[in-house]
Design a protein around this ligand. Sequence first.
Ligand SMILES: Nc1ncnc2c1ncn2[C@@H]1O[C@H](COP(=O)(O)OP(=O)(O)OP(=O)(O)O)[C@@H](O)[C@H]1O
Ligand SMILES: [Mg+2]
Length: 276
Amino acid sequence: MVPKTNESDTDSEVMAINGLNVHRSGKLVLEDVSFSIKSGEFVGIVGPNGGGKTTLLLTILGILQATSGKIEVFGRNPYPTDFKGRVGWVSQTAANIPTKMRMTVKELITMGTVSRIEIFRRDSLEKRKKVLEAMELTGMSELADKDISRLSGGQRQRAVIGRALASDAEVLIFDEPLVNVDRYARSGILKLLDTLCHEQNKTLILVSHDMTAIRQSVHRVIYLDEQILFDGLPDELPDIIQLAEQRGIENVHSPSTPTSVAISTTTSGQQSEELE
Ligand SMILES: Nc1ncnc2c1ncn2[C@@H]1O[C@H](COP(=O)(O)OP(=O)(O)OP(=O)(O)O)[C@@H](O)[C@H]1O
Ligand SMILES: [Mg+2]
């Protein structure tokens, strides 16, 4: 996968964030965050656990309100705005579908087409087409009638990505989609993201602790640890330990064991291959 931007589409800005501060339970968790994302960009967000990645996504989605600073998505403050499906989100826990929930893959993906204003309208041809497209793109067509409780971790992740795709969102936000999937499924998901960006002209934000995936797939990477410590090309991302030191995180063990700067683990508690 060779990172390249969608040249034709890079002029329009889909989000602009300036001097953003966000508090949670009275604690400052995002400080003076500024960046913008253009249409067609594929941006990776990395950083330590508790660094504020999910908080940033929730603020972009208008679920959390910023304390101060400016945030605009499609030119408007997301907090009181309903983007009507223009922004899709696959949450950090999206694939943890309760095992008791009985639903087929197709039904789950169809949920992506249901927006608040359309919930009482009849199923349209257009929506059914979107569901079929989303299933095809995510490679779930053959599993359409399978119960979601019987899917593997990777299949479940693709199904929830399918649900986000069925909404026909222009911006897709993925929070740790590679956790709990095996190597084969991981590469399938990365290929899918690449297709979404380069063939479907989607704007993508990928939060991941998987630095190999980040380096292979995104155009640009942001390192967030309460503040933005790096925003640039993946190849130019400074050493992770150097970034930790910038924030005063010291190695608690002897210098002979530099790998013990445990600044980042996956949500399942595993240390990422690249953050050692
Ligand atoms: N619901 C909440 N209420 C109060 N504080 C919270 C809440 N959720 C997260 N926080 C705090 O906000 C800060 C940022 O957390 P956040 O979940 O955004 O980090 P993250 O970078 O997504 O971490 P991870 O890599 O573990 O997913 C942390 O200090 C965390 O303790
Ligand atoms: Mg998170």
